[in-house]
Design a protein around this ligand. Structure first.
Ligand code: ADP
Ligand code: SF4
Length: 689
C-alpha cells in the first residue's frame, strides 16, 4: 500500500466552507469538447474522480453572453438552460468524493464576441488580444456596467450552485480573465477609482468576491486564479506586484490559484520547461496570506509533489496535463504503484485539441476524451474476443500501445522489432535536443509489458511475409512505421522536386542515425511541425551554419497549436539560425538551392553544402502488401486477420500512433460496425420554431 512518505499528499484540506479529501487538485483545463460535447467532457472529468483527485475543475466557462472567445469551444453559463449540462459534469466529478469546481470566465480584452456580435467590454478601450489578432476593439466599461458585471457574476455563481458545484474559480490568469485585465496597468488605464493605484485596480475583484460570498459563500469555496507574472516589463502585473496584491488582500479568496503569465508561459512544453518550473515565482507567496495556495508545474513525480508541500511552497498540487496523461495518478500513489504512473511527456498535443477547436487527444493516454464517445476507460480494457494471440510487427508507439492494451485484454502477444532496441521513432527522437521526455512513451509501456507473462518481445527480428506465414499467429498487427522522404515531396512539391545528382541530401532519419552534415546546411521545412526546428538546433550544436527555409509565415508553424512557436523562433534566432520565411525551394543544386517567394515567385539562391529535406514521410507498408498478396494462403497458415495501423498506414504525430494502436487492440475480434458511426456524439436539440 501507500508509502508513508506520501501521506502528506492525502491530508484533507479546507477551502472556505468545503473540504477537499486530499491535495491532488485538477486545475481547470480545456479539452476541445466544451459546450459541443458536454457528455464527453463530463465523463472525462468523472474518470478523474474515479482516479482519486480531491478537486476537479471544469475548463473555462463563459459566464455571460457579452464576452466569449469563439472560435474556441469552452463551456457556457449564459442562462438557466445551460444548467443541466453543467450539472451532469458536477455530478460526474463528485462520484468519488471529489470537490466539483467551475471556472467562471469573463474574457474582457480577450473576447472578440464573434458569435454573439456584442461589443466587447473591458477595463480600457484597446484592441482585443487573441491568438488571431481579430480586427475588433473593446470599449471601456462604464461604472454602471461594472455594477452590471458584478451582478452577472452573482447570477453565474447562483447558477453554479444550482448546477451542483462546490467551488468557483474566478479566472484572472493567462491574460484571459477580466480580473487580470483590471489588475494589470497594461490593460487597465482607467483614471477613476478602478484604475491607477494597486488598491484601485484591485477594487473590482474585491467587489466581485464580496458579492459572490454574500450570495453563495456559505456553501461554496471561492478561488482566484491569478497570473504569477505577466512578464511584460514595468507596465505589466509583475511577480512583485502580485505579492503586494496578495499581502494587501490576505484573505480575499478561500484559495490562491497561481499560474504563470500567458498560457504559453504556464503550459510550456518539456522541450523548454522542466517539471516544477514555476517554483521560484511561487515560493514565499504562501506566507503572505492565511489562505491555501495551489500551483502547477507539470508535476508527475510524487517526490517532487511532497517537496512542494514540505518546503511550504504549495498546499495543493495543481495538475492539468499530468491528470490528462494519467487520470489515475492519485490512486496509483495511494496504492503504492508509483511505477504504474503514466507520466505526461510535455508534448502539448492535448492543447492542440483546443487550439484547433476539434477534440483533444493525449499522446500518453489514448482514451482521453473517448471515455464517453467510445466507452474507453484508461485503466480497464474490454474482455478478450474469441481468438488467442497476436503478432505485432514493429515496436514504435503504435505497436507498443497495441501490445499493452492487448495483453490486458488477455491475448498472448509477441512483438517483433527489426532493430536492437524498442521504441521505434520515439527511441530515436528522444535523443534529439529537448525531446528526452518523449522517451516516456516507450518507457511506460516497456515497464508495463515487462510485468506481463503473456507478452514476448523479439529484438533484431526483421520479419518477412514468409516468416509470418510460418509462425502460426492468428492475428497479425503491422505497425512498421514510416520513413522520411528524400525527394522533397510534401506540400510545395506534390511530385519529386528538382535535385542535382551532386547535391548532398539528408533526411531527418539520416540525422537521427548520426549522419550529420557540416558547413552551410539548408533545412527545407515543408513539414511545419517540430522536426525542422529541432534539427536546426542539432545542426548548430554540431557546428554547422544553418539556414532554415520554409514556405510558411512561421518557423515550425503547427507548433502555434502546441504553444511553443514563439519560443522555437526565439531559440533558433538566438542560436544564429538564419530563418527564411514565406519562401520555398524550387531546385537543389550541388552547392546552392534556388528559393522562390511564395507570393511573387521571385527567386534567389542560398549557398548549401548540404540540404536537409524535412518534408513528409512514406509508410513502410511493404510487409503488409506482401501479406495481402498471399491472402488466399492465410487460413492454411492459421491467420484470421492482418491489420496495418500507425505511421505505416498514414504518418502523423506520435499521439495518432498511440491512438491507432489502442483502437486496434480495442476492436480486435469485435463485430464490424459496418457503416455505423464509430463513436457517440451529441446533436443540439432543435428549438421549437
Ligand atoms: P509508429 O509510430 O506507427 O509506431 P515507428 O516508426 O515508431 O511507427 O515504429 C515502427 C517500428 O517497426 C520501427 O522500430 C521499425 O524498426 C519496426 N519495423 C519495421 N519493419 C519491420 C519488420 N519487417 N519487422 C520487424 N520490425 C519492423
Ligand atoms: Fe502530456 Fe502530451 Fe498528454 Fe498533453 S498530450 S497530457 S502534454 S502527454
Amino acid at each position: 500500500m501507500r508509502d508513508p512518505r506520501y501521506d502528506v499528499l492525502f491530508e484533507p484540506m479546507r477551502i472556505g466552507p468545503v473540504i477537499a479529501k486530499n491535495r491532488f487538485y485538477q486545475v481547470p483545463h480545456c479539452n476541445g469538447g466544451g459546450y459541443r460535447d458536454p457528455s464527453a467532457a463530463a465523463e472525462m472529468r468523472g474518470t478523474k474522480a474515479e482516479g482519486g483527485w480531491g478537486v476537479i475543475f471544469t475548463e473555462q466557462c463563459e459566464m455571460h453572453h457579452s464576452s466569449e472567445i469563439t472560435p474556441f469551444i469552452e463551456l457556457r453559463l449564459w442562462e438557466d438552460k445551460d444548467i443541466p449540462q453543467l450539472r451532469r459534469m458536477s455530478e460526474k466529478m463528485k462520484t468519488h468524493g471529489a470537490l466539483a469546481g467551475i471556472q467562471l470566465a469573463y474574457s474582457g480584452i480577450n473576447g472578440p464576441n464573434l458569435y454573439t456580435k456584442e461589443v466587447p467590454l473591458a477595463p480600457s478601450p484597446l484592441p482585443i488580444r487573441t491568438f488571431t489578432n481579430d480586427p475588433v476593439q473593446a470599449r471601456a466599461l462604464s461604472k454602471s456596467e461594472i455594477r452590471d458585471l458584478r451582478r452577472w457574476f452573482v447570477n453565474a455563481a447562483k447558477r453554479s450552485k444550482l448546477a451542483g458545484f462546490d467551488l468557483i474559480c474566478l479566472y484572472g490568469a493567462h491574460g484571459f480573465g477580466i480580473f487580470q485585465h483590471f489588475l494589470s496597468r497594461a490593460t487597465n488605464q482607467r483614471t477613476d477609482e478602478y484604475g491607477g493605484s494597486l488598491e484601485n485596480r484591485a477594487r473590482f475583484v474585491n467587489e466581485v468576491i464580496a458579492d459572490i460570498r454574500d450570495a453563495v459563500g456559505d456553501t461554496m469555496g471561492l478561488t482566484l486564479r491569478v497570473s504569477l507574472d505577466e512578464s511584460i516589463g514595468e507596465l505589466g502585473f509583475s511577480n512583485s506586484e502580485l505579492r503586494e496584491f496578495i499581502e494587501m488582500n490576505r484573505d480575499l479568496p478561500d484559495l490562491w490559484d497561481l499560474a504563470h503569465g500567458t498560457w504559453e508561459d504556464c503550459s510550456g512544453p518539456s522541450r523548454f520547461k522542466e517539471e516544477a518550473a514555476q517554483e521560484q515565482l511561487v515560493r514565499g507567496i504562501r506566507e503572505l496570506s492565511g489562505k491555501p495556495v495551489v500551483g502547477v508545474g507539470r508535476f508527475t513525480s510524487p517526490d517532487v509533489m511532497v517537496k512542494m508541500i514540505k518546503s511550504g511552497t504549495l498546499d495543493f498540487i495543481g495538475c492539468a496535463r499530468p491528470s490528462i496523461a494519467d487520470p489515475f495518478l492519485p490512486k496509483k500513489v495511494e496504492e503504492g504503484r508509483i511505477e504504474d504512473i503514466r507520466e505526461c511527456i510535455g508534448c502539448n498535443i492535448c492543447i492542440t485539441g483546443d487550439m484547433t477547436m476539434s477534440i483533444s487527444r493525449c499522446t500518453q493516454n489514448p482514451t482521453f476524451m473517448e471515455e464517453w464517445r467510445k466507452g474507453w476507460h484508461p485503466e480497464h480494457m474490454n474482455a478478450k474476443g474469441d481468438s488467442e494471440n497476436v503478432l505485432i510487427v514493429g515496436s514504435g508507439p503504435a505497436g507498443l500501445e497495441a501490445a499493452w492494451a492487448l495483453c490486458r485484454r488477455g491475448y498472448d502477444v509477441a512483438i517483433a522489432e527489426a532493430r536492437t532496441e524498442i521504441g521505434g521513432r520515439v527511441a530515436r527522437e528522444c535523443r534529439l535536443p529537448g525531446l528526452s521526455a518523449w522517451g516516456r512513451v516507450r518507457d511506460y509501456r516497456a515497464y508495463q509489458l515487462s510485468q506481463r507473462a503473456n507478452v514476448e518481445t523479439y529484438l533484431d527480428s526483421q520479419l518477412t511475409a514468409e516468416n509470418i506465414m510460418e509462425f502460426g499467429f492468428q492475428n497479425i498487427a503491422i505497425a512498421t512505421g514510416a520513413t522520411w522522404r528524400r525527394d522533397g515531396v510534401a506540400r510545395q512539391h506534390v511530385v519529386p522536386m528538382m535535385i542535382s545528382d551532386k547535391a548532398a541530401i539528408y533526411t531527418p532519419d539520416d540525422l537521427m542515425e548520426g549522419r550529420i552534415p557540416g558547413g552551410n546546411v539548408v533545412i527545407f521545412d515543408d513539414d511545419h511541425y517540430y522536426m525542422g526546428g529541432v534539427l536546426a538546433e542539432l545542426l548548430v550544436r554540431k557546428g554547422a551554419r544553418v539556414t532554415l527555409i520554409t514556405p510558411s509565415a512561421y518557423v515550425s508553424d503547427w507548433t502555434n497549436n502546441t504553444l511553443e512557436q514563439a519560443t522555437i523562433h526565439a531559440r533558433l534566432d538566438e542560436m544564429g539560425v538564419e530563418i527564411v520565411l514565406n519562401r520555398g525551394i524550387t531546385e537543389i543544386a550541388a552547392d546552392h538551392v534556388l528559393s522562390n517567394c511564395v507570393y511573387t515567385g521571385k527567386t534567389c539562391s542560398y549557398a548549401a553544402d548540404a540540404v536537409v529535406v524535412v518534408t513528409s514521410r512514406v509508410g513502410d507498408d511493404l510487409l503488409y502488401q506482401e501479406l495481402l498478396a498471399r491472402q488466399e494462403d492465410w487460413s492454411d497458415a492459421g491467420i484470421r486477420s492482418v491489420k496495418l495501423f500507425g505511421d505505416a498506414e498514414a504518418a502523423g504525430p506520435i499521439a495518432w500512433a498511440t491512438y491507432a494502436g489502442h483502437r486496434y487492440a480495442r476492436e480486435l475480434d469485435c463485430a464490424p460496425l459496418g457503416d455505423a458511426l464509430p463513436f457517440r456524439r451529441e446533436i443540439t436539440e432543435l428549438a421549437a420554431e
